[in-house]
Design a protein around this ligand. Structure first.
Ligand SMILES: [Zn+2]
Length: 200
């Protein structure tokens, strides 16, 4: 069985459409946008007919930066930097899914990810660390070589479902102003054109 770590953003939604994993998992780890990510992930999975599981673990006391509504971490790479976030998410998903027989966890990192924990060298190390343990679970990032617009086009993700996706870093509803919302808008324009079918 293959699972996809899903935030409800463009990248994980496009991967869900493209690869149709056996199940998707969304983590509420106490991030500011958790309710929005959970609602978007649920809506996308329902729309395309994929099983969806949820994890609720409040780690907000350990967060930093805008996603935690806290001061930035010393040494952080961007305002939204949350220390050790991706290894935390993969570990939580693996703790839930390894006992269910899941053999692969896919993550939605893309080529434009700025953080070190979104890059190939990190995922090679994480895959090695996780897979040598019981369950031999693999960690993959199938879209790591593609930009978000390229992934949207290549996957054939329908424009009609874009309205269900959610990329805000700071609120339950898309604020339109944070780096997540701005990137979301730019990527949709790049992938579909500014006014596809006059719908925007
Ligand atoms: Zn926002």
């Amino acid at each position: 069985m293959k699972a996809l770590l899903m935030s409800g953003g463009l990248d994980s939604s496009a991967l869900a459409w493209w690869l149709r994993p056996d199940l998707c998992v969304t983590v509420n780890y106490g991030q500011q946008a958790a309710k929005g990510e959970m609602a978007a992930s649920t809506a996308i999975c329902n729309a395309i007919g994929l099983a969806h599981q949820k994890i609720e673990v409040d780690l907000s006391s350990l967060g930093s930066g805008t996603m935690a509504d806290k001061a930035p971490a010393a040494g952080g790479s961007a305002a939204e930097f949350w220390p050790y976030r991706n290894q935390m998410l993969v570990t939580l998903a693996a703790m839930l899914l390894m006992p269910q027989g899941v053999k692969e966890i896919m993550v939605g990192s893309v080529s434009t990810d700025r953080h070190t924990d979104g890059k190939a060298i990190f995922y090679r190390a994480l895959d090695r660390t996780v897979s040598l343990q019981e369950g031999s679970l693999r960690v993959t990032a199938p879209a790591r070589k593609y930009s978000t617009p390229k992934l949207l086009k290549m996957s054939g993700f329908p424009y009609d479902l874009i309205g269900l996706t959610f990329s805000c870093h700071v609120y339950e509803y898309a604020c339109g102003q944070c780096s997540g919302c701005i990137k979301h808008r730019q990527c949709v324009e790049d992938a579909y054109g500014a006014s596809p079918g006059g719908a925007v």
